[in-house]
Design a protein. Structure first.
Length: 73
């Protein structure tokens, strides 16, 4: 679920989507929140690459890796 949901009596962007709950996407644009659509999206969370490098941060290690992906430092 997106953060900072706000209820508006009319579309804050003036696109004719009607009253409802909206969330701010950035740069002054608001999207309408839909409970049914949000329930279908599965959160993926953080994953660890098979060689121990994080896929989400993109930081590479200088150590040659041969293990389960968790290096004590």
């Amino acid at each position: 679920m997106p953060a900072n949901l706000r209820f508006y009596n009319r579309d804050p962007n003036g696109l004719g989507r009607g009253r409802g709950v909206y969330y701010h996407r950035g740069h002054g644009y608001w999207s309408k929140y839909d409970v049914g659509r949000d329930a279908k999206i599965q959160a993926r969370g953080y994953r660890t690459h098979k060689t121990g490098l994080s896929k989400t941060t993109g930081k590479a290690s200088k150590i040659a890796q041969a293990g389960d992906g968790k290096l004590p430092r």
